[in-house]
Design a protein around this ligand. Structure first.
Ligand code: FMN
Length: 205
């Protein structure tokens, strides 16, 4: 399947074959593929929480409002978080790119210094706002990657973020929940959707 086909075939699917299992290895492959997304300064602020455990899903159920079928029947869900402390992980990336020979030791040390300077100027509000775009891009990548793996997905904004972070025991002051994505083998009739005419929403200048 090429990328255009994946884009055309993706639809938000709200019910899945609940017996269909996806291995942890394949989930990691999919996240690795989705993570090829671009991001501001390549800081990759997204963090993935893979939700599969039935006990945890039962605890989350009261907090997904109208999205219960996706929670109950998908093979797994991915909660995408925007890490406000993303600069703290920059040295890991810098070392990896140094070891891979993508940067010289001098370039690596200049980059580290620049990253530290940049970090000092950033507000939490700007990291929150900017990360939304990066996380949105990785989310779309993940849904297209799922299609490429023969799976369906549904992005969800309809969940109680505070309650989720509480159940998942994650620090909401550091990790901002962006979107929840269900993934599995789609079932049932599709609800087709249209788009506004492109000519209506495009300005040629
Ligand atoms: C940020 C965002 C939040 C969404 N939240 C929900 C949701 O909570 N529940 C749901 O069933 N669909 C949700 N959707 C899916 C949209 O309803 C869907 O993308 C839209 O109707 C177009 O349909 P399609 O994705 O099948 O093309 C969301 C989509 C986005 C991008």
């Amino acid at each position: 399947m090429n990328v255009i086909e994946a884009i055309q075939l993706r639809q938000s699917i709200r019910e899945y074959d609940a017996t269909y299992k996806v291995s942890q290895e394949e989930i990691l492959t999919m996240l690795n593929e989705a993570g090829r997304a671009p991001s501001s300064w390549n800081l990759q602020p997204w963090r993935f929480v893979v939700i599969q455990d039935e006990t945890i899903k039962a605890q989350l159920k009261p907090h997904v409002y109208f999205n219960v079928p996706q929670l109950e029947t998908s093979s797994f869900l991915v909660l995408i978080l925007n890490d406000l402390h993303r600069y703290d992980l920059f040295p890991i990336l810098n070392d990896l790119e140094l070891k891979a020979g993508y940067v010289t030791p001098e370039q690596a040390s200049v980059r580290l210094e620049k990253a530290n300077q940049s970090k000092a100027t950033r507000t939490l509000e700007s990291l929150d706002r900017e990360g939304l775009l990066d996380c949105g891009i990785v989310a779309q990548n993940l849904m297209l990657v799922a299609k490429g793996h023969g799976l369906d997905s549904c992005p969800m904004g309809g969940f109680n973020r505070d309650a989720f972070m509480d159940v998942l025991q994650l620090d909401i002051t550091r990790y901002k929940p962006v979107v929840l994505i269900s993934i599995g083998k789609g079932k049932g009739p599709l609800r087709p959707s249209l788009r506004l005419p492109t000519e209506t929403i495009t300005f040629f200048k």
